[in-house]
Write a protein that binds this ligand. Structure first.
Ligand code: DI6
Ligand code: FE
Length: 412
């Protein structure tokens, strides 16, 4: 037995596996074994195939503590320069997001600050944000580019994203969002900018291995369907999956467009139509809900959660961490907000930040607790899964984070 002993065995755990038919895939009095960065065994303690000490090199009792898969934040813009706290003031005084954007604030003001920041400064400013997400249970983090809008700064953002992952031991997935906003220098040449993105930036960055997926902002203040189609066609040629900021402020039928490309996800979706939902259901495209942006923009139109459920569209939840519309640094809080604001059940919200979030990134090796999956676990100072959504704020609920079998943080 010695040669094949597990590296680590956790006992007396309350396991939210998100597998099987039970709510949360819950296993009480559970045991979970880790080996070589993977989950080797999951089940009830009394079903273990032997005495714990004979099975694993290291055995630990968790005294009933809740264990979940490491959380997956599948939509963030957390690498950026500067901040936009002053816009918060403007919005509270009645200005809309669109008005601020059209007046030269909004995304393009972050673009100026991001272009001005060197790689070190960008890294230093972004690191505490990534740390905050990690401190609340995130083990896989998606980060988009899109505040450079020219080749060098887009590259710098994606490099910083990768470096954050290496520094923190997190798995970072990087998404190219060249079609985020029209840069001021292309104000009179939309076509030229779309061509730059499609013909130069995306192929070059993809060749450097910096791009895991391609996104666009399909919106009145962003890009049209035809422009989005151009970048999706190029992504397809390069063999890259696509996702889309769709139906956030208006209905441009973006969800159906990304579904046509068998996209991984359509994100935001407050203005999603019935035909968009049907197209997503047919394509298996995940609906990523972003309650932080809904909250910060004081939106009132809700994403059509009942219809998504009725069509069996998988629902994910993410922070959308960004300086303009969602300065949100807790994925657990995003899940809680998805319950209070969007009426997801706690179980739906938690599936949304684990198994369905992984799916929104095209990852099937994580997001649940099952043999063979990555050993990405969060151990909590909690007993019931719903508490992850129920407590508002309160860093320090995380007891230990395990990423690919390595213990990353013990905040006990
Ligand atoms: N939708 C959003 O919510 C963010 N980007 C996007 O396309 C906002 C980004 C920002 O305002 O800086
Ligand atoms: Fe976003």
């Amino acid at each position: 037995m010695n040669a094949s002993r597990w590296d680590r065995l956790l006992l007396d755990a309350t396991l939210a596996t998100f597998r099987g038919d039970r709510p949360y895939g819950l296993i009480e009095d559970g045991a979970i074994a880790l080996q070589d960065g993977r989950i080797a065994w999951v089940g009830r303690r009394d079903e273990l195939p032997g005495a714990p000490d004979a099975l694993a090199a290291q055995v630990q009792s968790l005294d009933g503590a809740l264990v979940t898969p490491g959380l997956v934040d599948c939509h963030t813009h957390l690498v950026f320069g500067g901040d936009r706290a002053h816009e918060f003031d403007l919005r509270l005084n009645g200005a809309s997001y669109e008005e601020i954007a059209r007046a030269g604030g909004g995304i393009v003001s972050t673009v100026a600050a991001t272009r001005a920041a060197g790689e070190e400064a960008l890294f230093r400013q972004s690191l505490p944000r990534a740390r905050a997400l990690l401190a609340d249970g995130v083990t896989t983090l998606e980060i988009k580019s899109g505040y450079g809008l020219e080749p060098e700064t887009e590259r710098r953002m994606l490099r910083v994203a990768r470096r954050l992952g290496e520094t923190l031991g997190l798995d970072v997935r990087s998404t190219f969002l060249g079609l985020h906003a029209l840069p001021v220098e292309y104000r009179d040449d939309r076509d030229g900018y779309v061509a730059l993105v499609c013909d130069q930036m995306l192929p070059a960055l993809a060749a450097e291995g910096l791009v895991d997926a391609v996104d666009a902002f399909c919106e009145g203040i962003g890009f049209t369907r035809a422009e989005t189609r151009r970048v999706f066609d190029r992504a397809r040629q390069l063999g890259l999956p696509v996702k889309l900021h769709a139906e956030q402020l208006s209905d441009l039928d973006g969800a159906a467009l990304v579904a046509e490309y068998r996209g991984l996800s359509a994100d935001h979706l407050e203005h999603l139509s019935a035909s968009g939902i049907a197209a997503m259901a047919a394509a298996g495209t995940v609906a990523v809900l972003l309650p932080g942006a809904f909250y910060a923009l004081r939106e009132t139109r809700l994403p059509p959660v009942d219809a998504l459920r009725a069509h069996g569209v998988p629902i994910a939840v993410a922070t959308d961490c960004n300086p303009g519309t969602s300065p949100l640094l807790s994925l657990r809080l995003a899940a809680g907000m998805a319950c209070t604001l969007f009426r997801l059940t706690p179980e739906e919200a938690l599936r949304g930040v684990t198994v369905n979030a992984a799916r929104a990134l095209g990852l099937d090796d994580r997001g649940a607790l099952a043999p063979g999956l990555r050993a990405d676990l969060a151990v909590w100072h909690l007993r019931q899964p719903a508490e992850l959504c129920y407590w508002i704020g309160g860093h320090g609920l995380l007891r230990e984070l395990v990423i690919e079998g390595r213990s990353m943080a013990a905040t006990a």
